[in-house]
Design a protein around this ligand. Structure first.
Ligand code: GDP
Length: 371
């Protein structure tokens, strides 16, 4: 009997243990399967997590941004250029590839070029050269190759497009940036400073657009992001005095380059001449201006060209920055503005991003036109 009771007890204990383990497994598997049930609740908690990594940026000592290097920037921006300008080349190629190049076709080619802001004289020249090369009886030349060569000649493959960012005798190079308000001047100053910082150059900025507090603030923000000094004065200060102080600071701290943003009010020519003339004169008490960049908005077409002409008459422009080329299919303006002013396009703006500025390269530009 006793052994029977003992056996029953053992069986009972064993059964209880099996049930207990079973219950435990269910609980743990429920625990494991719990998160999916909670998942729908999770999203509202996600934003703080994404914000968290940015917290150090707002800390007292903000982390400096590392501007994009030239190589990757060029690859990225070439694609963007091809995206915005590819239509012109593709349109021309389609016309030039027709079996018969009759007068109507040549007229359409002219219209395509004029619509892309190439300008009347350069358009006529290009069409004349294409006619001569492609209309020859039994011509076997590939229209794409001919068009590429002729467009390249038009854009000017041999122009010196280097920025003069260095001074002589240990002095900083001084870049004066001019252009009408809204053309992208201040943004361009910020973007150039990033290119120079990426090349390990020491940069000082001068916020000489003292008529607009917002422009000064905007420039200070650009400077902070990459740890560059910016010299500024109260709103309404004489722009020349800010420019003077900025270059003085550049000399004192041994900067490689000082970039001076200027006011771009559309005032009369005499006023503009006085203002920019004075800015340049006082700068040169410290160090020579090595580059005068005129910033031009590519979307403004003929109006932009008229403004460009006024600036080039009051100050000796040495290079053009064509901004907003991403927002315009009128890349032909490159040809026209170089002709009008007799100076090369040195940089192109291809977006609002901090590193969306690239050195202008004639070959890459023509390739982008051809899509
Ligand atoms: P400023 O008055 O000449 O100093 O012009 P800003 O630098 O303030 O620029 C005017 C506007 O143009 C701003 O919204 C810029 O972000 C924009 N901008 C400047 N360059 C470019 C560019 O290359 N592409 C595009 N899409 N926008 C640009």
């Amino acid at each position: 009997m006793d052994s029977l009771v003992l056996l029953v007890l053992i069986i009972a204990l064993f059964a209880a243990a099996v049930v207990g383990i079973g219950v435990g497994l269910v609980v743990s598997s429920r625990r494991k399967s719990a998160p999916p049930l909670e998942a729908p609740v999770a999203p509202p908690e996600t934003p703080p997590e994404t914000v968290a990594p940015e917290a150090p940026v707002e800390a007292p000592a903000p982390a400096l941004e590392k501007p994009e290097g030239t190589a990757s920037r060029l690859v990225r921006l070439r694609q963007r250029l091809a995206g915005s300008q590819g239509g012109l080349g593709r349109g021309l190629l389609a016309l030039l590839s027709r079996d018969r190049l009759d007068e109507d076709t040549w007229e359409s080619i002219e219209d395509t070029l004029l619509t892309a802001d190439v300008g009347v004289a350069p358009t006529q020249e290009l069409v004349e050269r294409l006619r001569t090369r492609l209309r020859v009886e039994g011509n076997t030349e590939d229209p794409r190759v001919v068009l590429r060569e002729e467009l390249l000649t038009l854009v000017g493959p041999d122009m010196d497009r280097r920025l003069q960012v260095s001074g002589v005798d240990g002095q900083p190079g001084v870049i004066l940036v001019v252009g009408v308000n809204g053309s992208g001047k201040t943004t361009t100053v910020g973007k150039i400073s990033r290119i120079l910082v990426a090349e390990d150059r020491k940069v000082v900025l001068g916020a000489a657009d003292t008529f607009r507090a917002a422009a000064v603030e905007q420039l200070a923000t650009w400077a902070e992001r990459v740890g560059v000094d910016v010299v500024r004065g109260p709103e309404g200060t004489d722009p020349a005095s800010v420019a003077f102080e900025a270059v003085k600071e550049g000399v004192d701290v041994g900067a490689d380059t000082v970039i001076v943003d200027t006011a771009g009010r559309l005032q009369n020519k005499a006023g503009l001449m006085d203002e920019l003339g004075k800015v340049k004169r006082v700068i040169e008490k410290q160090a020579p201006v090595t580059e005068v960049l005129l910033v031009l908005d590519a979307t403004t077409g003929q109006n932009g060209l008229i403004q460009a002409r006024v600036f080039s008459e009051v100050v000796n422009v040495t290079g053009i920055v064509l901004t907003k080329l991403d927002g315009s299919a009128k890349g032909g303006i490159v040809v026209q503005v170089q002709r009008e002013l007799g100076v090369p396009v040195k940089l192109v703006g291809l977006g609002e991003g901090a590193d969306d500025l690239a050195p202008f390269d004639a070959g890459a530009f023509v390739d982008a036109l051809l899509g």
